[in-house]
Ligand binder design. Structure first.
Ligand code: AMP
Ligand code: MG
Length: 319
């Protein structure tokens, strides 16, 4: 495994059916040629990802959306114009050439144009799009630095393209059209901004729908984005009293709760800054000496929705 900024090396590997870890503004992805079934299979193997969980297809130019998707509704057009490149995935009817392994047999494909200069340059150097889920073992906290990828998948990934720490830090917002716009996963673009553009978006809480085959989005998995240690989300001072005697690590928005380890995500109360630091903080606590991770409930607005969603799932859906 090598970490570097060699675009040509990344391009070469991808063109020869290999996988490469790539930086995006959301999290690091594990990429393969979306049109090459054997290359995509490697992504599933490396991640130990169940085949029912489809991959997002990444493109380098807006027009490329037609290479992978068809029947694009006007709301999707408006979202593409406004938010691409950016942390927004659209689930659209797929073109036949997109292999079933990418979409888990669904007749739709999740597609987005990421906003990372290095990865955009890479995508534009290739004549195929990249299928890429997050570059971590399935179910674990997503990676937001090249080192996070190396720590967990280093032996299995020939090259990690280092684009620095991810600027958004939580995964993309996923929107589907059934045909009304539906939020499948809260993420880097706040749903309020999407609604301001296209009107109401249905937010049927996916985690209430259970898990297993047929899931529409990872947001529907009750336990995901999870560290190994137990995570509890709620009123932190109360929980600290309940769990007195344990070594406690706390994830909070702006307040220090005086635990053994305190991960205060944004002392100035900025949800963007909090989202950016969330996964690194979860990883630090997971590899620290604490027995238990407690997390605040963040404001349920803007990026706070995505943060709360990830924390709930880190807690295994019990919060
Ligand atoms: P990851 O970022 O690794 O969690 O993976 C991206 C997520 O996008 C997957 O877990 C999918 O559930 C979601 N996704 C990709 N394609 C589709 C699709 N056709 N329909 C619904 N969700 C999708
Ligand atoms: Mg993932």
């Amino acid at each position: 495994m090598t970490i570097g900024v060699g675009l040509e090396r990344a391009q070469y590997l991808l063109e020869h059916g290999d996988v490469v870890a790539i930086p995006t503004e959301t999290v690091y992805g594990l990429a393969a040629n979306a049109f090459d079934v054997d290359a995509v299979l490697k992504v599933f193997e490396v991640k130990q990802r169940p085949s029912f969980d489809p991959l997002i297809v990444h493109i380098g130019r807006k027009e490329q959306v037609r290479d992978v998707a068809k029947d694009i509704p006007p709301e999707a057009r408006a979202l593409i114009d406004r938010f691409w490149p950016g942390p927004l995935t659209l689930v659209l009817p797929k073109q036949q050439r997109v292999p079933d392994i990418v979409t888990s047999g669904l007749d739709t494909v999740g597609v987005r144009m990421p906003a990372h200069p290095l990865t955009l340059e890479l995508l534009r150097s290739l004549d195929f799009p990249l299928a890429a889920p997050s570059a971590n073992p399935f179910g674990y906290v997503s990676p937001t630095t090249a080192q996070h990828v190396a720590d967990q998948l280093g032996e299995q990934v020939p090259y990690i393209l280092d684009g620095g720490p991810c600027s958004v830090g939580v995964e993309s917002t996923i929107i589907g059209f059934e045909p009304v716009p539906v939020l499948y996963r809260a993420g880097g673009i706040p749903v309020e901004e999407i609604e301001a553009l296209i009107g109401p978006v249905s937010t049927t809480t996916p985690h209430s729908l259970g898990e297993g085959p047929g899931v529409r989005s990872p947001g529907m998995l009750l336990s995901h984005y999870a560290p190994r240690k137990r995570v509890i989300v709620g009123d932190v001072p109360d929980l600290m009293r309940t769990h007195q005697g344990k070594r406690i690590g706390v994830i909070s928005f702006s307040q220090d709760h005086g635990a053994a380890i305190n991960e205060v995500l944004s002392p100035s109360g900025d949800l963007h800054e909090a989202a950016r630091g969330l996964f690194a903080a979860l990883r630090r606590l997971d590899s620290s000496h604490v027995d238990l991770i407690l997390a605040e409930v963040f404001p349920e607005e803007g990026l706070g929705r995505a943060i709360n969603d990830r924390l709930r799932r880190a807690a295994g859906g019990v919060a």
